[in-house]
Design a protein around this ligand. Sequence first.
Ligand code: G3P
Ligand code: CA
Length: 269
Amino acid sequence: AAEVRAAGVQERPLVVAHRGADAYAPENTLASIDKAAALGFRWVENDVQRTKDGELVVLHDDSLRRTTNVEEVFPGRSPWQVKDFTAAEIARLDAGSWFSPAYAGTRVPTLAQYMRRVEHNHEKLLLEVKNPELYPGIERQTLKLLGDEGWLDRRHLADRLIVQSFSADSVRTVHGLAPGVTTAFLGRPDPADLPRYAGFADLVNPSYGTLSADYVSRVHAVAGPHGRPMRVFAWTVDDAARARTVAGYGVDGIITDKPDVVREALNAA
Ligand code: G3P
Ligand code: CA
């Protein structure tokens, strides 16, 4: 299997390391994508938000509280929303100690820093525009940064970047601004509504618990905005039995905190 991956042949289903390999390193940090690369995984997922002074950063929650030491460094700034802190303030935070002392000093990466590391690691990115309602214009800004970093180059565009959101409006905006970018809607639209989503989303990415083989085949029967069958990535699947079940539904990708466990399960199936 290692040789197959090295040759660039796509795994089926594709295994995507959620927030990096976040069972093994602090989520959404450079350490987490380094870990995914070290385990042999090419696709990583992240969450993008914006600071008070307009910098794009990689963090999941709308608050800094759970995954940094912000309470200690900035007591009294409750509820510690990303949008209320400057990039310089966020750069002072420790985003690793909450996970393990071994990761003390790990920082919240800016999206620019993150993209450079993904590229350096030869990784591919499932980028989530997180909480877009809090950050007007974040889609255009994210695409501008991706373009500046060389990620919208047509030679690589189709095979190393997918932009997703729980907000259909946000996905539609991304597709409208950069029609060449592969896009995904996070959720499970009613099958009757799939043709509408197919106007702007190449994939629908549902929670695994809402899936069935029938639903996956209904998605595959619809052509997305680039004329190819729409695809399905399921999240967040962390145990072997569940991975085999959703793979049996015919999903195209599995988003997981434990990519090694999923790979093992699929290889054994
Ligand atoms: O990529 C799917 C998954 O990340 C969506 O949920 O809350 O982990 O961003 P969440
Ligand atoms: Ca996410």
